[in-house]
Design a protein around this ligand. Sequence first.
Ligand SMILES: [Cu+2]
Length: 99
Amino acid sequence: MGFPSWEGQALDLPPQTTLIKAIIKETIMTQIPPHQFDIPDMDCEGCVASIKRAVSKLDPAATVDANLTTKRVVVSSAVATPDIKAAIEGAGYDVTTVA
Ligand SMILES: [Cu+2]
């Protein structure tokens, strides 16, 4: 007795599963409120690079938007705000406001 044919079809699921996972991830990412940090000592692209490196080490999927004029960094990540703050502080920057 062989396997019922539906089990063979079930083996074709992985590509769909990958697509579903991608859609779920996209949905989750777009629903994450951005984390906002004020970093007064961030004054050049080198600082921005250090901060981006620290955040992406914590969460490779995070997106980081840094504004050198307002000294504000906006992070989109599923990681908790205090953990992102700690990562930025770990890179040597004081974080004054978190929203
Ligand atoms: Cu700098």
